[in-house]
Design a binder for this molecule. Structure first.
Ligand code: GLC
Length: 472
């Protein structure tokens, strides 16, 4: 399968490259920057939603599943992007938001029975929305209460209704016909709810859900993750054919196999919640590694802290090594390859859940707006003088160059995987005849035996915060 050991680059279209000076990234902009992806050596890219949207959740509130938001361009622009990508051997993944639409989607008025309504006046149960508060809101037009797992502007579709299933199957077929090679399934564990709308156990925390093995024995949840979910996924699969399906599943890893009966990959989010500590990292890797090749590793995305801000600049190079040498598929969030940190966000914020600071524009060069736009960027460009693609491209010691070298090395790593015993504070594992060692501590450690084929730092042994890949 093309995706088995693939590296997928996540593009946040608003913030990648603007081509028309309106300060918002667009599809033509992406097409003009595909060289960056081929230079890096990734296999595919995933576009966060590009569909028309009133932007309550920045594209994750879709008002037309088969259109292109005019701010991003036209269908022709999309087709050009896909053919330019395919010419370069890059696969294109789209974001499929199947759980909910925008409240402004015409379906909400034309097909109210495609949505989930309270049988009583007011919330029928204690379900909590991902960003906090009740998952039920009153529709001012009908006076009835509808379910929304996320923002109130995102009413949940009722997948128990076969018409909903068929409508979304058509969406999948449409984008396959337009050349999409796969789909990232947004919030997919929430797709199907208990038809009886029973109360969730009370201890549920709002988003993000705890993922660690101990905390994550998430009880039965009636507001999602229902048994019928897998059948609905099969319907999605039927429409998707052999295109890649990768699921955003916020459930404990031991529930992944159920999803993997139908999906090709499930995101491994464990790192997002693991401090940079060898024991915690090992604990994050071990259970997922048993699902060898079926976990898509993630170290940051448009919802969680940027890698540079989470692990700290001193561990950034090692984080790249870990992300890109584990078995299976890995996702790189745009900007992480140059070490972009969290930004200041916007005041007033665009995103009520505080995620603007993870979505600042790409920094291509040292100019004022980092080469992102000739206009006024929708979110400020953070520090283009400090870090940008052009400068790092020219610097053999840069983080970008490390990403490129890791991607080059990656196909040579064996397909097997075994965690090794190691010195305290070191995560070490075997990939065929290669060994990877990651020093998470500020202290010197020693190198496993072998010939060093890649090292993040100069110096003897394994210097503080350093990683190395060795060949036996
Ligand atoms: C996913 C997306 C997130 C969005 C939510 C609702 O978690 O990654 O950005 O807010 O789904 O669609």
């Amino acid at each position: 399968m093309w995706w088995s050991h693939a590296v997928v680059y996540q593009i946040y279209p608003r913030s990648f490259q603007d081509s028309d000076g309106d300060g918002v990234g667009d599809l033509r902009g992406i097409t003009s920057r595909l060289d960056h992806l081929t230079n890096l050596g990734v296999d595919a890219f995933w576009l966060s939603p590009i569909y028309p949207s009133p932007l309550a959740d920045f594209g994750y509130d879709v008002s037309d599943y088969t259109g292109i938001d005019p701010r991003f361009g036209t269908l022709e622009d999309f087709e050009e992007l896909v053919s330019a990508a395919h010419e370069r051997g890059l696969k294109v993944l789209l974001d499929l938001v199947l759980c909910h639409t925008s409240i402004e989607h015409p379906w909400f008025r034309e097909h109210p029975d495609w949505y989930i309504w309270s049988p009583v006046e007011g919330p029928p149960n204690n379900w909590v929305a991902a960003f906090g508060g009740s998952a039920w809101s009153r529709d001012e037009v009908s006076g009835r209460w509808y379910l929304h797992s996320f923002y109130p502007e995102q009413p949940d579709l009722d997948w128990h209704n076969p018409e909903v299933v068929r409508a979304l199957q058509d969406v999948v077929r449409c984008w396959r016909g337009r050349g999409a090679d796969g789909f990232r399934l947004d919030a997919i564990d929430r797709l199907v709810k208990d038809p009886q709308l029973r109360d969730d156990p009370p201890a549920r925390k709002p988003f993000p859900l705890p993922l660690h093995q101990d905390a994550a024995k998430l009880e039965m949840r009636y507001s999602g993750n229902q048994p019928e979910l897998i059948d609905k996924l099969r319907a999605v699969r039927e429409a998707a054919g052999d295109s890649l399906l990768v699921g955003e599943v916020f459930r404990p890893v031991d529930e992944y196999p159920r999803y993997l009966e139908v999906l090709d990959l499930v995101f491994g989010f464990e790192f997002l919640f693991s401090p940079w500590d060898a024991d915690r990292l090992r604990a994050a890797i071990a259970p997922a590694a048993e699902l060898l090749g079926r976990v898509a590793w993630v170290m940051s995305n448009h919802d969680f802290d940027r890698l540079a801000s989470r692990v700290g600049p001193e561990n950034l190079r090692s984080a790249a090594v870990l992300l890109l040498t584990l078995p299976g598929c890995s996702f790189v969030y745009q900007g992480d390859e140059i070490g972009l940190p969290n930004g200041p966000g916007a005041d007033p914020p665009y995103d009520r859940a505080g995620r603007d600071r993870l979505r600042h524009p790409m920094q291509w060069d040292a100019s004022e707006n980092g080469g992102f736009t000739t206009g006024e960027p929708w979110l400020p460009v953070i520090d283009p003088q400090e870090r940008n693609v052009e400068a790092q491209h020219a610097d053999s010691e840069s983080l970008l160059e490390l990403y490129r070298r890791l991607l080059e090395l990656r196909p040579r790593l064996g397909s097997g995987f075994r965690l090794l015993d190691s010195e305290p504070g070191v995560v070490a594992y075997e990939r065929g005849d290669h060994v990877v060692a990651v020093n998470t501590t500020p202290e010197q450690r020693s190198l496993p035996s072998g010939e060093v084929v890649l090292a993040t730092h100069d110096g003897e042994g394994l210097p503080p915060h350093a990683s190395a890949v060795l060949r036996n």
